[in-house]
Design a binder for this molecule. Structure first.
Ligand code: IMP
Ligand code: MG
Length: 334
């Protein structure tokens, strides 16, 4: 029997998936963890045993000693994956023997990197994602199974998952609004960050058990489109929330939480548990606002802000939702 819990970002990435994975992993006897989308463009910040750890391709569950799969919808940059594994090992996380890679995943080559390094239109992470995805769809790409460096890590997911009881924690990368279809094209990544990506690893939809959706008390986005309104308050939010990219160090643009977008992402991905992080940032500003029906609504207190979100999400708009959790600091889910 296969049971999968999914952690999915409902925004533009960077909403604390790592923190949620870190918490969940201690709550259930997961047998495997799975990274189901993205590549070296992703940056996941995790606080573990008092250390700040940043991962890119390695699924976070590996840091807890659980076997981690890099799925077929991922785009792998072999050299940087090997380096990431070595870095984690040197930080005290033995993970070399825990990582397995789908033979069908595609790779990012040095040509892809050179091409993407010249991007000046959408503000990519310059990790070769767009060119590698283009070659994958043009059927000229290279798969993990044909790359010497990756051979020691290859594993047949089908055999592995169907031969015994598997309880899998699936961790996405990027976010719903960076999805090639659901995002604001062309300001998107070149793969699917929505729930369908999970199933590309040989599962059927009935294997999915619980879906955890992550968002922040405000929105952030990294890239070249204008996202942040011209108001000093958003610069303060950036500083208070330390909103700088984990992969490229770029400042993230910020805006109020867009509740219209959040509701759509919850509906389309079928979230059961919604985790809204970084309430502490709005609390220390003593300003609470969000965008609903395309209008900015301000609140006099944290409770009114939370109450408004809870009422609107529960009021029949998001029938799958069972829990809404607001969190503040990195470890407060523990
Ligand atoms: P690419 O995925 O590097 O091609 O970048 C496409 C867009 O997605 C750019 O706006 C990136 O900043 C954004 N992006 C890609 N990966 C992430 C991520 O993990 N977090 C936040 N933004 C990302
Ligand atoms: Mg990130």
């Amino acid at each position: 029997m296969i049971k999968i819990d999914v952690v999915i970002d409902l925004s533009f990435g960077d909403t604390g998936k790592g923190k949620v994975v870190n918490h969940l992993i201690t709550q259930k006897p997961y047998t495997h963890c799975l990274r189901y989308s993205g590549g070296a463009n992703a940056g996941h910040t995790i606080y573990l045993n008092g250390k700040k750890v940043i991962t890119h391709m390695v699924p976070s569950g590996v840091l807890h000693g659980i076997t981690g799969y890099i799925g077929s919808n991922c785009l792998i940059q072999p050299e940087s994956l090997i380096k990431e594994i070595a870095d984690l090992e040197s930080q005290g996380f033995p993970c070399k023997n825990l990582i397995k890679i789908s033979p069908e995943a595609f790779v990012v080559t040095s040509k892809h990197l050179t091409e993407d390094s010249q991007d000046s239109t959408i503000g990519t992470t310059k990790r070769g994602i767009g060119p590698a995805a283009r070659d994958k769809y043009a059927r000229t790409g290279i798969q993990a199974k044909d790359v010497e460096l990756l051979k020691p890590f290859l594993s047949d997911f089908y055999e592995e998952f169907y031969s015994k009881e598997a309880i899998i924690l699936a961790e996405g990368a990027q976010g719903f609004y960076l999805d090639l279809h659901y995002g604001d094209y062309p300001y998107v990544t070149s793969s699917h960050c929505s729930i369908g990506s999970v199933l590309l690893n040989g599962f059927n939809h009935q294997s999915i058990d619980r879906i955890y959706g992550t968002a922040k008390a405000y929105d952030t986005y990294v890239g070249l489109k204008k996202f942040q309104p011209d108001d000093e308050v958003f610069l303060k939010i950036r500083e208070l929330g330390q909103e700088y990219g984990a992969t490229t160090g770029r400042p993230r643009q910020t805006n109020w939480l867009n509740l219209d977008n959040l509701i759509k992402a919850i509906r389309v991905t079928g979230v059961h548990d919604l985790i809204i992080s970084k309430m502490d940032v709005l609390n220390s500003l003593q300003k609470w606002a969000l965008i609903h029906n395309s209008i900015i609504i301000e609140f006099a207190s944290e409770d009114l802000f939370k109450g408004y979100i809870i009422n609107n999400i529960y009021s029949g708009k998001c029938p799958t939702i069972q829990n809404i959790i607001f969190s503040s600091n990195p470890n407060d889910l523990d």
